[in-house]
Design a protein around this ligand. Structure first.
Ligand code: SF4
Ligand code: SF4
Length: 149
């Protein structure tokens, strides 16, 4: 009888994953592309439902990924080297979960095989986000949805 091989995200650390494995961990929720506010006292990160100007409000995908830094210079590229500082990511984010030694969640595309579940299970904010240009920055705190970190 053949021994069962664990999936790569259970066998490998983030640093050990190859490029395809690393990319496939992203569930497409787009939550990390929401605008955030930081509490200056304790460093907590509060997510708003206000999307980055390049984020598609329904598909939750970046609309110009290859040239995004021209328009959003502070867009953060996640790398394995930052794995010990992923607390700012949403609690559902696969990179954060793996960095904390946890398993992927049941709706993750690698687990359930359906990339739409992240939207159907309302993990993403698909259809519930506001565009960056529609809310003045001094009103962002009226649209907080969760705290990370
Ligand atoms: S929060 Fe994590 S899983 Fe969701 S889009 Fe961002 S990197 Fe991908
Ligand atoms: S530029 Fe694209 S990848 Fe970067 S935060 Fe905005 S929508 Fe997300």
């Amino acid at each position: 009888m053949a021994a069962k091989v664990e999936p790569f995200w259970k066998r490998k650390t983030l640093e050990q994953m190859d490029q395809d494995e690393w990319e496939s961990l992203c569930d497409g929720c787009g939550l990390c592309c929401l605008q955030k506010l930081e509490d200056e006292d304790d460093g907590s990160v509060y997510y708003t439902r206000i999307a980055c100007k390049l984020l598609d409000l329904n598909t939750c995908r970046c609309t110009n990924y290859s040239e995004r830094r021209k328009f959003v210079p502070d867009c953060i590229q996640l790398t394995p080297a930052q794995a010990d500082s992923f607390q700012w990511l949403p609690p559902t984010c696969a990179y954060r979960l793996i960095s904390e030694g946890k398993d992927l969640l049941i709706w993750h595309p690698l687990v359930c095989g359906d990339p739409e579940q992240v939207h159907k299970q309302r993990i993403s904010q698909s259809g519930r986000m506001l565009s960056e240009g529609s809310v003045p920055e001094d009103e962002w705190e009226d649209h907080l949805i969760f705290r990370a970190g």
